[in-house]
Write a protein of this length. Structure first.
Length: 331
């Protein structure tokens, strides 16, 4: 009996960021400037991916349009402010180990609080409107407004500074190229999270159950698994990832506002639309392309940078109307 043929892997989308970077090199002219812009774009892309990955999971696996996703980003950033404030000694320490300990504490706390908020969102706001997209949009947007106003009431309407830990300040010189330390850390974290997500979804029993539940929830339930609990776990995990991304984005900007979640949601939605609703790999590629293009056009033609992401989305959708990897199934 011959083995079943393996499905072909589509590698074309993975080449797109390389093509964008290669086209930008002769236009920029300076190799050192190109390296600096590319690393900055990759770092920005990793942070956008952290914020967007949870939303693409929730929509792709649960068919939930959560327009309140930005609330988890903002909450994660404010949790970082609250956690890092009493850890001034670790933040200002010249030792990278102390800095990492402080950031790790902020990330864990932000993920837990944002995940808890995500559980409440799913339980009390999203669950009653499963399968009703218009109501999902309205109720989750309303939930976001409530959270934003609550943050205003608690922390005030002004910007709150969130300085980078001492060890992550400055840059590493590679020839004539200046590579900021924090951006290197953001790239490493983003790649690690992407690897973990792909591994869990494709190589573990948990991932198999999640994907099977998307295809046929009744069959999974008949086998004795609580698919609803599984999907709630996905929602909580996606919210926690948004909180993690909020911490990294706030440290990148070195300031926190209640509106930051809403401000970044445009980029988040562009990335998941480009990538294909529900595709973690597509979201990853989309985030990298959006960030690289924004950095290159911002340097070459600053006025075009404001619309470069929209133009990229239009081009991708004209080529592949369902996104780079169309994996989301809809009945």
């Amino acid at each position: 009996m011959s083995a079943l043929p393996k499905p072909k892997t589509d590698f074309i989308p993975w080449l797109l960021p390389i093509v964008v970077a290669a086209i930008a090199l002769p236009l920029i002219g300076s190799g050192s400037t190109w390296v600096t812009l590319t690393v900055a774009g990759l770092a920005m892309g990793m942070m956008i991916f952290l914020m967007a990955s949870g939303l693409t999971l929730v929509f792709g696996l649960m068919d939930v349009l959560n327009f309140g996703h930005g609330a988890f980003i903002s909450v994660g950033a404010y949790v970082a402010v609250a956690v890092l404030a009493p850890l001034t000694g670790l933040v200002q320490s010249p030792l990278i180990g102390d800095n990492l300990l402080a950031i790790l504490a902020a990330i864990i706390a932000a993920a837990l609080v944002s995940g808890g908020l995500g559980w409440a969102f799913e339980r009390y706001m999203v669950r009653p409107v499963y399968g009703q997209h218009l109501k999902q949009i309205l109720i989750t947007m309303g939930g976001f407004i409530v959270v934003e106003q609550a943050l205003h009431a608690i922390f005030g309407p002004t910007q709150i500074p969130l300085p980078l830990p001492q060890g992550f300040r400055g840059a590493i010189m590679l020839g004539d190229s200046a590579i900021e330390k924090y951006r290197v850390a953001a790239i490493i974290l983003g790649l690690a999270v992407f690897a973990v997500m792909v591994t869990v979804l494709t190589k573990t029993k948990l991932g198999l159950l999640i994907r099977a539940g998307v295809e046929n929830a009744e069959m999974v339930e008949a086998l004795g698994y609580r698919i609803r609990r599984l999907f709630v776990g996905v929602f909580v995990a996606g919210s926690g990832l948004a909180g993690l991304g909020g911490v990294m984005w706030a440290l990148y900007r070195e300031q926190v506002t209640a509106q930051m979640g809403m401000e970044v949601m445009v980029l988040v939605f562009i990335c998941i639309i480009i990538g294909g609703l529900g595709s973690v790999a597509g979201c990853f590629i989309g985030a990298v392309m959006v960030a690289l293009l924004a950095n290159y056009t911002g340097f070459l033609v600053p006025k075009v940078a404001l619309i470069s992401n929209i133009l990229l989305m239009v081009v991708i959708l004209l080529w592949r109307p369902q996104g780079l990897y169309a994996v989301a199934k809809r009945g």
